[in-house]
Design a binder for this molecule. Sequence first.
Ligand code: CO
Length: 193
Amino acid sequence: MKNIEQLLDNNRNWSDATKLADPEFFNRLYERQKPEYLWIGCSDSRVPANQIVGLLPGDIFVHRNVANLVVHTDFNCLSVLQYAVDVLKVKHVIVCGHYGCGGVEAALGDQQFGLIDNWLGHIKDLAYKHRDQLKDLSPQQKSNRMCELNVLEQAANVSRSNIVRYAQGRGQTLTVHSWIYSLKNGLLKDLEA
Ligand code: CO
């Protein structure tokens, strides 16, 4: 475990190295951001958006929450989506889940965790909706399938949002993607046909 001063040291080193490699890097980004991608992912520390897709600061607008949920009444997530679509005019919204998601697995179990159980209730609802296809699976298969179904559901929620529908109605170019990440090998998979 690194101590907190180490993080500030790391930051100075990173800033120096970045300026050395590209002296205009920070000046360029200071002017404005123009990311083409919005990432909606899990808060899990093992799934850092920029790093796993090889993008730099300025390239990707990010919203993360536990289990990458897009809930129609979550004004935090919806505000990010609206700003990204209407103001930044991103071209792609990537909903990215991951196998072995603690939020999904907690929702499949019976243990109580407090406040977060309410948030995870959305995943419990989803498991109930898909109970027929889940009932004969092993716990591992069930977890994997639910992680996939969750990504597909949240991407559908993005697509059904009035933000995305209005943008498409205006003829704005916008594609919604459903991706899932493997903690075992660091690879992403596109779940859409
Ligand atoms: Co997760």
